[in-house]
Design a protein around this ligand. Structure first.
Ligand code: CA
Length: 235
């Protein structure tokens, strides 16, 4: 039996990647991609749009947690953390930022394959039962979480990952005022001085892409002193 689901492994230890790839292939997964750094992992994620991500925590250029946050800002794809550290703290952190499962090294690759299969089965089942709604709709906007694709009136709008992250957060809370801090925290997730300006710059770029007249926004409006709001009128 073969599977159409694709898997992205972000791991810098070549032996582990090879081991996982071999076992997953044997278990019927024909689309297994690999990345060896956090940056490469993020790029591959955007390119491949995998159905599941296996994410190592200690990567040469950063931590898997940060990759997880970046992925979570645009997608609900299942993420399995892979780590040599079994501490409870790590587990809690992993789940708190949106990890779905946790695999501790050394692990049995067969068990990993089974856990992946179990996860896909559960998702397929939920989808059949109508429990999964991968498409968020609000007014003229439609976001497909599976495809990482935003449309306005049926037309695809190309957004940069950070712009998309901002927009999805607003899209999930239409007609609510969202503060700059919370937008910043959601998309960048780190404390940096001057977030105000960063958010403003990205909001401006977003407006250029989603508004008919960016200088007189109809959807993405500023609420003075409080933040932003995505205005969606009842149809
Ligand atoms: Ca590592």
């Amino acid at each position: 039996m073969t599977f159409n689901h694709s898997i992205l492994i972000v791991e810098d230890e070549a032996d582990i990647v090879k081991l996982l790839q071999t076992v997953l292939l044997k278990e019927g997964f024909e689309h297994v991609y690999a990345a060896a750094t956090a940056e490469e992992g993020w790029l591959e994620f955007q390119k491949r749009k995998p159905d599941i991500v296996i994410l190592d925590i200690m990567l040469p250029d950063g931590e898997g947690y940060d990759v997880c946050k970046r992925i979570r800002s645009v997608s609900n794809v299942p993420i399995f953390f892979l780590s040599a550290k079994a501490d409870e703290i790590d587990k809690i952190l992993g789940f708190a930022i949106g990890g779905d499962d946790y695999i501790t090294k050394p692990f049995s690759p067969k068990e990993v394959a089974y856990r992946i299969k179990a996860r896909f089965r559960r998702d397929d089942f939920a989808q059949e039962a109508g429990q999964v709604k991968p498409v968020i709709k609000a007014g003229p906007f439609e976001y497909d979480e599976q495809k990482i694709e935003l449309k306005k009136l049926g037309e695809i709008i190309e957004l940069k990952p950070k712009e998309l992250g901002l927009f999805i957060h607003l899209l999930k809370h239409p007609n609510q005022i969202i503060s700059k801090e919370s937008l910043y925290d959601r998309v960048w997730g780190e404390e940096v001085f001057g977030y105000d300006n960063t958010v403003m710059v990205h909001i401006r770029r977003l407006r250029e892409k989603i508004e008919a007249d960016p200088s007189a926004p109809q959807y993405l409006v500023t609420v003075k002193g409080l933040g932003y709001k995505l205005v969606i009128k009842d149809e």
